[in-house]
Design a protein around this ligand. Structure first.
Ligand SMILES: Cc1cc2nc3c(=O)[nH]c(=O)nc-3n(C[C@H](O)[C@H](O)[C@H](O)COP(=O)(O)OP(=O)(O)OC[C@H]3O[C@@H](n4cnc5c(N)ncnc54)[C@H](O)[C@@H]3O)c2cc1C
Ligand code: FES
Length: 259
């Protein structure tokens, strides 16, 4: 983990209310892994006080740049969106753990919803680069929220809309239920998105007896494991709680107590 000043290399809208931000990454800072995140001190003012956490959505080793995909939600992200290329950002990263790589025999099914797109996209791009068979499933309310993404070379992207305005008509989990899992080589599930979607992915994985990892996005204060402000309750573990920022954000879904 390193605290550094980065420059914004560019920002572009990829769907209604969603922005992809590319930032410079110093030579002496380790390469982040899919699932890991950064925190940004948005500006040198008392408000917003807390650093804002965002998952990495890509990393370019040659260019030494990284990206995040964020939804414009409140004060912090509105300020972030207004910053032009060349602006400085105070970054702390890489933070947290990362997804477990699937084996060559496994088919990775990556499910994303809303602000969960970033880490899933990074993982999908890395697996695709490694020639792995990957299915990325992105669920959203309607077609205006479908991100403009380049296709995967070795895998596929399935969009799902609740209102049926594009792609599969229904939720991402309804899409999973429509798949013939027997035709896939050893499916393995990964998910990031709203809690309801994560819970549904976990229940699907339990029923289908599939391994499933979920990246959690709890509210955070310190972001480095010091304040216990981001705990999730665990199931069947000696330890009752885990910190999302330090012990996660990626957990085996069966280890989480889904309430
Ligand atoms: C590990 C981690 C990774 C994240 N990755 C991403 C990402 O890749 N892209 C992205 O857009 N967002 C991500 N988030 C959420 C992001 O940090 C918040 O959306 C952001 O901090 C909001 O800042 P704001 O000042 O604009 O909004 P605020 O004014 O602080 O809040 C606006 C609204 O957003 C809600 N909100 C704030 N923080 C969170 C949160 N952590 N989870 C859910 N709702 C929240 C608040 O309840 C409020 O309703 C991540 C959060 C965590 C903990
Ligand atoms: S945010 Fe402080 S311990 Fe996680």
């Amino acid at each position: 983990m390193k605290n550094f000043i980065s420059k914004i290399l560019g920002q572009k809208s990829i769907a209604r209310g969603y922005v992809e931000l590319e930032l410079s990454w110093p030579e002496d800072c380790e390469t982040p892994k899919p699932g890991q995140f950064l925190t940004i001190r948005i500006q040198d003012q008392p408000v917003p006080l807390l650093r804002r956490p965002f998952a990495l959505s890509s990393f370019n080793l040659d260019k030494r740049s990284a990206s995040i995909v964020y939804q414009v939600r409140g004060k912090g992200t509105r300020i972030l969106e207004s910053l032009p290329a060349g602006s400085s950002l105070d970054i702390l990263s890489p933070l947290g753990n990362s997804f477990t790589n699937p084996s060559k025999e496994e088919t990775a099914i990556l499910v994303a919803g809303g602000i969960g797109l970033g880490p899933i996209l990074y993982f999908a791009r890395e697996l695709d680069r490694a020639g792995m068979n990957t299915i990325l499933v992105f669920g959203c309310r309607d077609k205006t929220l479908i991100p403009n993404l380049p296709p995967l070379k070795n895998g596929s992207i399935q969009y799902c809309t609740d209102d049926g305005s594009a792609g599969f008509s229904g939720s991402s989990v309804a899409y999973l239920e429509s798949l013939s899992l027997k035709e896939l080589s050893q499916p393995r599930l990964y998910a990031c998105g709203p809690t309801g979607m994560l819970r549904a992915c976990h229940n699907f994985a339990l029923k289908a007896d599939l391994p499933c990892e979920t990246a959690m996005e709890e509210m955070m204060a310190c972001g480095v494991g010091a304040c216990m402000g981001c705990v999730v309750e665990l199931e069947g573990k000696e330890q009752k709680y885990a910190r999302v920022c330090k012990d996660g954000p990626v957990f085996q879904s069966r280890d989480i107590k889904w309430t």
